[in-house]
Design a protein around this ligand. Structure first.
Ligand SMILES: Nc1ncnc2c1ncn2[C@@H]1O[C@H](COP(=O)(O)OP(=O)(O)OP(=O)(O)O)[C@@H](O)[C@H]1O
Ligand SMILES: [Mg+2]
Length: 261
């Protein structure tokens, strides 16, 4: 059974932190023991969007070898366990991402599901989590730069021996400017597990420091987060998109693959 998921995208701002917070909360709402970890040690946001106030010990201290993992675990909605990173630059400097493996081992013993929020880019701190989880979930926005960057993460994941389990298409507006789900799937070679719509309530809840699945449970994004959580928790889901003819995006994807292999 898949238990640990790394949420990654390559491109910044695609919704990794939002998805980690809401998927984690939705899994906890389903009664699953879930822990989410902020491996974005440089630009830590997970604790902020979940409204954590006092976090004297964080992943920073654990990755610096100065504190035990259990002291960096905080409780969120529905008993969700959160391991935030700290906000200080000094804490970031002292963090050694190679210690993450030990942290993961300890948390796997305590939780049914583990979600890792990751930094953007392809630095060491972004690549190490790709090797740690059972599966990497790619977060994509329906536009070309996001797709190309996600493709790089897919290739990198395979190069370092990790597994990409699927993708989440976030911020879909379904207007004419969006790339279609089928095109993205064909170009990426990865199944899109589900689509999360562009939802103004996500921004409102980030400001209110509460997950949208808690504050606006009937919102479109909340329904999507619950569907994805249900899939992760082992409930059946439908759909398998039909193939489309190869177009510009698919050709671009093939070129990218050829260049790195
Ligand atoms: N489905 C959505 N609808 C509307 N806004 C969204 C949605 N998902 C994310 N956002 C908004 O997009 C912005 C970026 O989201 P988020 O911080 O989760 O991205 P990220 O991938 O973690 O970014 P970074 O790479 O900087 O860590 C935030 O303002 C968030 O509220
Ligand atoms: Mg983030």
């Amino acid at each position: 059974m898949i238990r640990a998921y790394t949420i990654a995208s390559g491109k910044g701002g695609t919704g990794k932190t939002t998805i980690t917070a809401n998927l984690g909360t939705a899994l906890a709402q389903y009664g699953r023991e879930t822990c989410i970890i902020d491996t974005d040690t440089g630009m830590a946001n997970l604790g902020l969007v979940l409204g954590l106030e006092e976090t004297p010990v964080t992943l920073h201290e654990v990755l610096a070898g100065e504190a035990a993992t259990q002291d960096a675990i905080y409780e969120g909605p529905y008993g969700l366990k959160i391991v935030p990173s700290g906000l200080s630059l000094q804490g970031f400097q002292h963090s050694d991402p190679r210690r993450l493996e030990g942290v993961m081992r300890e948390l796997t013993d305590r939780c049914e599901f583990l979600l890792l929020d990751t930094p953007a880019g392809i630095g060491n701190d972004a690549v190490i989590p790709l090797t740690m989880a059972d599966e990497v979930l790619l977060v994509i926005n329906p536009e070309i730069c996001s797709l190309v960057d996600a493709l790089k993460i897919r290739i990198l994941t395979e190069m370092v021996g990790g597994t990409v389990g699927g993708a989440i298409l976030n911020r879909a507006t379904l207007d004419g400017a969006d790339m279609s789900r089928r095109k993205i799937e064909n170009a990426l070679g990865v199944r899109i597990i589900d689509t999360v719509p562009e939802d103004a309530n996500v921004r409102k809840t980030a400001a209110a420091r509460t997950p949208v699945v808690v504050k606006y449970p009937e919102s479109g994004s909340s329904k999507a987060f619950r569907r994805i959580a249900a899939e992760i928790a082992g409930l059946p889901v439908e759909e398998e998109p039909e193939k489309v003819q190869e177009g510009f995006i698919e050709r671009l994807a093939r070129t990218l693959f050829r260049r790195v292999s």
